[in-house]
Structure formats: structure tokens, C-alpha cells
Write a protein that binds this ligand. Structure first.
Ligand code: LLP
Length: 455
């Protein structure tokens, strides 16, 4: 190869590495390209918008790999008998399954559809754990037939189904009980799950939990391995995880004392928060796992019980900041002395979170990242719904129709919660990595919308 070309390639790679590092810091404004365009995953976002159209989900593969590495370094390699699964509800195209499998991380699925996706991606099925508060008989049959690693049992109804299916298929099934530790967490009411009044998990009332354990112990083909808790999502402190851990280690102790039940496995759930708005910060995974592991070791020592093997199941933390969404600005409407609306070509169909949880996002004008911010606009979606507002009072430079808006931290629960309200088609998903881009989900077409409809 010509020396000059080699040098050019080296310079490009160096440039991309620098950009990758600035993404790490989470300083959105430092994504700036040489020109005036936002660069993400080493790719010029304005060029991506042109190439693939908008709205467009862009996901940085390298970011996800780095988070997987962090999980390995800070949890899997650091502590004995540990396991990590990615909560696939956050983002599960086939390409993501492949990527997670390649990293050696497992998968948490909550539906037949998620399980089917994993099966189609040839995901190692023994690394799958199956969640859900109302798994159907068909879903459980599918999971048991395919020998998924663990089923996290949420209630007694499910236990009866598993008992009968395991006998019918003559398969041993390893399960954990998801318990409701009864702790409140500091997050949106819709994404707290650990409080007593929750649709998830088995109640820790003595007469319920110990009776359920007792019943399970005698089931012919079912092995109860231990317990699972998940206290909530987008948690930026570890307080509720630690409270829940105290409660569950006490449960382990009581189960041993009263029923001679040894907890071999403990799943500590996910819920680790990320950066959405300026000023928020994603904590390293060690912030959560070190504190929990210290407490677990300490409690087990105090209670004189064996330390079970442990698992974590982060979703958002692994992929949230890996994603941005690109939109094209269309109509701009100024209401004198009130506000200016900048409408984009997507909205609550590709990002339901602001409408559903009042979630806050940050964004920049991708083709004007160096320009001075001079005004505030409210970013509206295109759905026929007043609540379809993506960002209120976003500071922007002078904007015009045709500008590209890039919204940050849309990697988790955006594509996976996308819908077809107003018969709006779902965006494409592009995976970027150090300056390269590839389509991993095609944009939906109008024909796709009608595929299942009959006269
Ligand atoms: N494990 C269990 C049992 C869960 O229920 C969840 C999330 C997770 C793990 C992963 O949580 P994460 O690490 O992603 O916080 N749609 C909502 C989030 C719902 C989360 C439900 N369960 C949102 O957009 O914020």
C-alpha cells in the first residue's frame, strides 16, 4: 500500500479513537467533527442522515463492547461464581443478540418474541434467563423445550405450569424465585418494581414465600436454585439495591433455618442508571456491584451461610448511551411571547419515554454543533397528540427547516418501545463502529404496516 494512504488511514483511525474517548466522557458537545457536524461512533451523523434517511436510530457498537468489557473486569473476573445477562427488553435486534453472544454475556428475555429472536440469532440458550409476570403456557413450553438456562418464577400459577410442562417434556428445569423485597426506589413510579405493592414477584410474607419454597422443594423436575430481585430502573444511587440485598439475605437465612433450603444462586437484577440530561452521570458498574458484593459477603459471614453465586442483568446501562436518534426538523412555529415549536419527523412513535415517563433528553443540531446557542425551542413530534413533545426548552443556534436534530441516550427502550401510532413507520437502525456504518434494521415500509391486515 502506498505510504500516503497508510498514513491517511492511520490518521483517520486516530481521529476516531479520540472521538470514541470523548464519547466515554459523556460530554456531548465534544463529539464535534472537524467541520460543523456531529460525529458519533466515528461517523458524520449528517452524512448518516442523508444516506439512510430520518428518523434514524444510530447505535455505537464500540460503546456496547466497552460496557461489556467493564462488566467483565469489574464483576465477572473480579468476583467468583458470577454471571451477567443483558436485559434484552432495552434493545434486541438480531445484530444485538449476536454482539452480546460474542461478548460472552447472557440474555434476559421476557417474552416468547424475545426468546424467538435469541433462538433465531443462535444465541447460546443455556445463557438465557426467562422473566415475566405472566408467562403463558406456550412461552414456558418454548423455554423448557429449548433448555433455557433459568426461568425466573414470578408466581405460583407459573410454578404449576412449569411443573406440568417439565414432566410432559421430561426435562429438569432450574428456576429462581423473583421476590418483592418491599423497598422503594428513587425513580419514576412506572419503573419502580421492588415496592410491596407491585405486579412483579412473590411476596415476602412468611405464609406466602416459605409455603411456596416448601411446595417447590418436592416438585419432581424443578430445581429451585435461589432468588432474584430487581428494585427499579434508571437508578443513579445504590441505596435501594443495598436495602433489598439485606432483606433477601435475611430470606436466605430464614429459608435455611426453617426449611433447610440452601440458596445457591442470587440474581441482583439491573436498574443501573445512565446519563440523559447534562449534569447526570452514569456510574461505573463497580459502584453498584462492589457495594452489593461487600454487603453480600459481610451478611453471609454474619449469618454463617454460604455465599451463593451471583448475577446481574443490566439493560439500559449497557446500551442507553450507545444510541442517538437523528431527526429532520420540518415545521417551525413561533408563538410570540410563548414558545417556538420545532417539529421533527418522528416523535412518540420512536421515543415513547417523554410522553410516558416525562423523561428528559438532551440534543444538538447535528449540522450546527459549533454554532452559538441563541434561543430555546420545544421539540415536538409529528403525532396527532399534544403530549407528543420530545424536549422542552432545548437551547439551539438559529435553526431552519431541514436541520438535523440529534437526540442523545436513545439506545435503550426507544427502538424496543417503538410503535405505529398514526400508522407511522418505525425508523431504521444503523450500527456504527469507529467510522464504519451498517444497517441492522431496515426502515419499515407502508407495505409492512399492512402486512397482517385483512378485509
Ligand atoms: N431485570 C428485570 C427483572 C427488569 O424488570 C428490568 C427492567 C431489567 C432487569 C433491566 O432494567 P435496566 O437495567 O434496563 O434499568 N421502559 C422503561 C424501563 C422498564 C424496565 C423494566 N424492567 C424505560 O424506558 O425507562
Amino acid at each position: 500500500m502506498n505510504k500516503f494512504i497508510k498514513l491517511l488511514i492511520l490518521a483517520c483511525e486516530l481521529h476516531n479513537i479520540v472521538i470514541q474517548k470523548t464519547i466515554e466522557k459523556g460530554d456531548y458537545m465534544s463529539y464535534i467533527n472537524n467541520g460543523n457536524n456531529l460525529v458519533f461512533g466515528g461517523c458524520d451523523t449528517v452524512a448518516l442522515a442523508k444516506k439512510y434517511g430520518t428518523p434514524l436510530y444510530v447505535v455505537d457498537e464500540n460503546y456496547i463492547v466497552e460496557r461489556c468489557e467493564e462488566i467483565k473486569e469489574s464483576f465477572l473476573y473480579k468476583y467468583k461464581n458470577t454471571n451477567a445477562v443483558f436485559a434484552s427488553k432495552a434493545f434486541l435486534p438480531l445484530a444485538m443478540c449476536k454482539l452480546i453472544a460474542k461478548q460472552g454475556i447472557g440474555l434476559d428475555v421476557v417474552s416468547g418474541g424475545e426468546l424467538y429472536t435469541a433462538i433465531k440469532a443462535n444465541f447460546p440458550l443455556e445463557k438465557i434467563i426467562f422473566h415475566g409476570n405472566n408467562k403463558t403456557e406456550d412461552e414456558l413450553y418454548m423455554a423448557i423445550k429449548h433448555d433455557v438456562g433459568r426461568i425466573i418464577v414470578d408466581n405460583e400459577y407459573e410454578l404449576e405450569l412449569i411443573d406440568s410442562i417439565s414432566k410432559r417434556l421430561d426435562k429438569r428445569v432450574k428456576i429462581l424465585f423473583r421476590v418483592t423485597p418491599g423497598v422503594n426506589s428513587h425513580t419514576h413510579e412506572y419503573i419502580t418494581t421492588g415496592q410491596k405493592d407491585s405486579k412483579f414477584g412473590i411476596s415476602l410474607s412468611d405464609d406466602i414465600i416459605f409455603e411456596t419454597i416448601r411446595k417447590t422443594k418436592v416438585l419432581e423436575k424443578v430445581d429451585l436454585m435461589g432468588f432474584h430481585f430487581h428494585v427499579g430502573s434508571q437508578l443513579l444511587d445504590n441505596e435501594s439495591h443495598l436495602k433489598a440485598l439485606d432483606i433477601v439475605t435475611e430470606l436466605m437465612y430464614q429459608s435455611l433455618k426453617r426449611l433447610d433450603f440452601v440458596t445457591r444462586e442470587l440474581n441482583l437484577g439491573g436498574g443501573f442508571g445512565i446519563k440523559y440530561a447534562f449534569g447526570e452521570d452514569r456510574k461505573p458498574v463497580s459502584y453498584f456491584v462492589d457495594a452489593m458484593m461487600d454487603k453480600l459477603y459481610e451478611n453471609c459471614k454474619k449469618m454463617n451461610i454460604e455465599v451463593p453465586s451471583t448475577a446481574i442483568e443490566p439493560g439500559r446501562w449497557l446500551v442507553g448511551e450507545a444510541g442517538i436518534t437523528l431527526y429532520k426538523i420540518g415545521a417551525i412555529k413561533s408563538i410570540p411571547e410563548i414558545r417556538t415549536y420545532a417539529s421533527v419527523d418522528g416523535g412518540m412513535t420512536d421515543n415513547l419515554r417523554p410522553a410516558l415517563y416525562g423523561a428528559k433528553y438532551e440534543a444538538v443540531i447535528a449540522n450546527k454543533v459549533n454554532e452559538k446557542k441563541v434561543k430555546k425551542v420545544t421539540v415536538a413530534g409529528k403525532c396527532c397528540e399534544s403530549g407528543d413533545i420530545l424536549i422542552k426548552d432545548l437551547e439551539v443556534p438559529e435553526i431552519e427547516s431541514g436541520d438535523i436534530l440529534a437526540v442523545f441516550s436513545t439506545g435503550a427502550y426507544n427502538y424496543s418501545m417503538a410503535n405505529n401510532y398514526n400508522k407511522i413507520t418505525k425508523p431504521a437502525v444503523v450500527m456504527v463502529n469507529k467510522g464504519r456504518d451498517r444497517l441492522i434494521v431496515k426502515r419499515e415500509t407502508y407495505e409492512d404496516l399492512l402486512r397482517n391486515e385483512l378485509y
